[in-house]
Design a protein around this ligand. Structure first.
Ligand code: SF4
Ligand code: SF4
Ligand code: SF4
Length: 378
């Protein structure tokens, strides 16, 4: 079979995952950078479902021992899922979004293989990869407010309370942020100065990551320190966008995160889904420094004239004005305000939303939206 046919068949197979495979001239170079011809041929028809090794051995007509060695090597590259469930070793093919935009860069390796993948991955991201996400009402992540920025005595739902979330997890891991690392490896992209090792995963996904050298185990205390460092650096916490068993907390920045690229550069109607909070400003104590405006990843704040400003405190006579529709309720502006003139307050009842119930619910909504073909743009 020719190389062209091998990759064509493989792309056809990849297009059958939940993610689909938006077409683009950038796609083939990316797939060739991520999968060798031999891997593409071997993985065509490989089940997405987590499948016991005995079943796979039959499918591939190979001895279990020899096949296990082969599959382990592919899991170490982040191309296959691997777990031990129901008394059996299982593997499943990761969709392209996972194997490029997540596992491809989690290890933070500066080797030639990863560096070759970065430029086409960046180009495909703004030229096809997010086409189906444009139609999704619920994005992959939901804003998780910085806990200390929420107005005291507020009842916070479990999926918005980082302390309760961390209490519920049993296993904590960290990897490199794939978005920032991908840009760092690409000579055509700007490098970020924000912390890199801040991509947090938990429990089942965490075990997969550590067992396959895609990240490292950390303690709960280290997890809290990373979240604090991220918040101080102006990164937005983003939680898997479902209520039962979320497994990821991303720490995203305006200039490198694909969620914000989708909003600012591709005009998607959202970046991350909004939390049930929004910022409240207190102009009487504001000194008009503009730090909150610079830190806001959504450009939701603008400095405007404030004639009632106390001239001793606020020499510029300026204070931030909020565009409510743009605020995702992250608290990034609040946490560093030198005069505590900002706070996160709960939104009106009628404006509050809940995330989808579980990962399956999220996926079904995504598939329904992708089928509609209707892009939700600003
Ligand atoms: S979504 Fe955010 S944290 Fe996750 S990889 Fe992208 S920038 Fe990093
Ligand atoms: S950071 Fe605080 S003090 Fe500075 S402009 Fe914003 S609200 Fe005012
Ligand atoms: S104004 Fe901006 S930084 Fe502040 S909470 Fe809203 S989106 Fe976040």
């Amino acid at each position: 079979m020719t190389e062209k046919k091998v990759y064509a068949d493989f792309m056809e197979w990849l297009s059958q995952s939940w993610y689909g495979l938006p077409e683009s001239e950038e796609l083939l170079p990316l797939i060739k950078a991520r999968f060798s011809e031999e891997e593409a041929s071997f993985l065509t028809g490989f089940p997405y479902r987590r499948t016991p090794i005995a079943e796979l051995a039959e499918l591939k007509k190979m001895e279990e021992k020899e096949l296990t060695e082969k599959l382990d090597a592919l899991a170490l590259k982040g191309l296959l899922w691997k777990d031990h469930k129901k008394g059996s070793l299982r593997y499943g093919l990761n969709d392209l979004f996972f194997s490029v935009y997540r596992s491809g860069f989690w290890p933070g390796r500066e080797d030639e293989y990863t560096a070759t993948m970065a430029p086409p991955a960046n180009r495909y991201l703004t030229n096809g990869a997010l086409d189906n996400f444009a139609m999704a009402e619920n994005k992959g992540l939901r804003t998780l407010p910085i806990r200390e920025t929420i107005m005291p005595n507020t009842t916070v739902k479990p999926y918005e309370d980082v302390v309760k979330l961390l209490d519920a997890f049993e296993y904590y891991t960290v990897s490199a942020c794939p978005c920032r690392f991908r840009k760092q490896l690409d000579p055509d992209s700007e490098t970020s100065k924000k912390p890199l090792e801040v991509c947090l995963h938990f429990d089942e996904l965490g075990h997969y990551i550590v067992e396959n050298n895609l990240g490292r185990e950390i303690t709960r205390e280290e997890t809290e320190q990373i979240l604090k460092k991220a918040a101080n650096a102006g990164l937005v916490h983003g939680l898997s966008n479902w209520q039962d068993k979320p497994d990821t907390i991303c720490n995203c920045d305006k200039d490198h995160c694909f969620m914000f690229e989708a909003y600012h550069d591709l005009n998607h109607h959202k970046s991350l889904d909004r939390s049930n909070f929004e910022v409240e400003t207190h102009p009487s104590t504001c000194k008009g420094c503009g730090l909150c405006v610079k830190r806001c990843p959504m450009e939701a704040l603008k400095l405007t004239e404030y004639p009632d400003a106390d001239q001793n405190l606020n020499k510029k006579g300026l204070t931030p004005l909020l565009t409510e529709d743009c605020c995702i309720g992250c608290g990034v502006c609040v946490v560093k305000c030198p005069t505590q003139s900002l706070i996160l307050k709960e939104k009106r009842e009628e404006d509050r939303t809940d995330p989808p119930q579980n990962a399956l619910d999220w996926t079904l909504r995504y598939l329904e939206a992708a089928k509609s073909g209707k892009k939700l743009l600003r």
